[in-house]
Design a protein around this ligand. Structure first.
Ligand code: LFR
Length: 469
């Protein structure tokens, strides 16, 4: 009988439940459920609806049952940095406030004043992003200290969803590193930073590693679903799972392309040198204590917002087609400018930027889309130059993974601006990485090396080379 593992992969714009099974060294995926996710406004904050997310997870599990699929294991990954706090009765104390909420405006600067950038970077290896958990917690301490005083448990979003499944509280390592509160060398909560900020160390849970079995489903859920499953931790940070699915990492720069574009390389140790700090590269913890040396680029969020601002009148494919028709427009914005993190209106923000920088202002949808795609490619090119500067070597290839690798126009643009060979695929990298951790834990796959050769045999990768300057 086929043995299925179930990956729950939730990104900022959508979530999916995908079952995977391994047969003769081929990994097969089958999407059983897909749903939308988005930021909602609640109590004057931008939030995630974690209740709705858990409801969708349950719907997906029930669908498996209807399809006659009974997974032996399940693991959840989501975006990073966001969290919930629970009281002594394990009830939510706060909404799950989203990292794009402005509550952290100006807070990073205050925290940096306390520690100095160098010290924080040397201890954690994590990039400076104003939305990191450390700044969210410090914002809460200043703006709503009572909540923090009552907090008994800190769980990141996948930790919380795993808790709802099992009743077990733990902080998974890869996602915990994105808090900027984990020591890059001890790989544990950094007591020094936590104490200095006046946060309560006791609310942080035991760190558990990807591939660890967390537990099994709560009894009520077993009754509701009609079956039980092992809950096995994947790299619960989606980017951590995605990078596991890069088929070939030697001499390759990856771009995990989704709401964000995460561009970098894999490393066996954190690189906390001054140049990396100056370029604001991060060293996020990965499975088997590998490090993702990467930088966040604003990513497809830009075009998702543009599309939303056009009231979803155009599909993503249509925006790509419209941009192809534009031949004489060349304005570029700095996609990493913080003004694009959560502007009132992305189209207007792009137009304002072009006006302020004395460039032609895009008006038609095709011009806006072209500006976004070319600006993204431009930012990738700069990040690659920084990586090559730090490593003092040239990387020959780029592997784009994740949903964004379906954008053929962007793939070609990357090949054109960098002159490097670009490989696109696999598309469902995050779900694959999630399932891989479960399969290794279950003893179905030996290790990540074997997993990568299985991925190579199982998924299609398309190559692009430079065609124009
Ligand atoms: C991608 C991602 C990035 C993280 C950002 C915010 O989905 O997880 O890795 O920097 O979202 O959490």
């Amino acid at each position: 009988m086929k043995k299925y593992s179930l990956a729950v992969d939730i990104g900022a714009s959508s979530g999916r439940l995908i079952v995977g099974d391994l047969e003769k060294n081929q990994l097969h995926l089958n999407e059983v459920h897909r749903f939308e996710n988005s930021i909602i406004e609640k109590n004057n904050h931008f939030c995630w609806d974690v209740g709705a997310l858990f409801f969708e997870i349950k719907q997906g599990i029930k669908k498996c049952h209807e399809l006659g699929i009974r997974p032996v294991s399940i693991g959840i990954d989501t975006w990073a940095v966001d969290f919930v706090l629970l009281d002594e009765n394990d009830q939510l104390l706060t909404d799950a406030i989203a990292y794009r909420d402005p509550r952290t405006d100006g807070i990073m600067e205050e925290v940096v004043e306390i520690f100095k950038k160098e010290r924080l970077y040397l201890e954690t290896g994590i990039q400076f992003q104003k939305f990191n958990t450390i700044y969210q917690l410090y914002a809460l301490k200043k703006q709503n200290p009572d909540v923090l005083k009552k907090a008994k448990t800190f769980l990141m979003i996948p930790d919380y969803l795993h808790f709802l499944l099992t009743g077990i509280k733990a902080n998974e390592y890869t996602n915990a590193t994105s808090t900027q509160l984990i020591n890059a060398f001890t790989k544990k909560w950094d007591k020094d930073i936590i104490h200095t900020l006046g946060l309560n160390l006791d609310m942080f849970q035991e760190i558990k590693m990807p591939k660890e079995m967390l537990g099994s489903l709560r009894n009520e859920l077993v009754e509701e679903f009609g079956f039980n499953m092992d809950v096995i931790l994947p790299a619960t940070h989606d980017t951590g799972s995605a990078v596991l699915a890069v088929p070939e990492l030697e001499e390759t720069i990856y771009i995990s392309s989704g709401t964000w574009s995460l561009i970098g390389v894999e490393n066996h140790f954190p690189i906390c040198v001054t140049k990396a700090l100056d370029y604001n590269f991060t060293n996020e913890g990965g499975m088997d204590y590998q490090y993702r040396f990467l930088k966040n680029i604003m990513g497809l969020w830009m075009i998702q917002e543009v599309r939303r601002n056009y009231n979803n009148r155009y599909s993503f494919a249509e925006l790509v087609d419209l941009s192809r028709e534009v031949t004489t427009f060349a304005s570029i914005v700095d996609v990493d400018d913080q003004r694009f993190l959560k502007p009132e209106n992305m189209i207007e923000e792009i137009q304002k930027y072009c006006l302020e920088t004395n460039q032609q202002v895009p008006n038609k949808p095709g011009e806006i889309a072209k500006c976004v795609f070319e600006s993204l490619a431009d930012s990738y090119k700069k990040a690659i130059a920084e990586i090559e500067d730090i490593f003092e070597k040239e990387f020959k290839t780029i592997n784009v993974i994740g949903g964004g690798c379906q954008n053929q126009l962007l793939n070609q643009l990357i090949a054109d601006v960098t002159g490097k060979e670009v490989f696109a695929g696999p598309i469902e990298a995050t779900a694959i990485g999630n399932i891989i951790a479960q399969l290794i834990s279950l003893g179905e796959i030996k290790d990540i090396h074997e997993a990568r050769s299985i991925i190579k045999q199982s998924f299609n990768v398309v190559s692009y080379t430079k065609i124009k300057n």
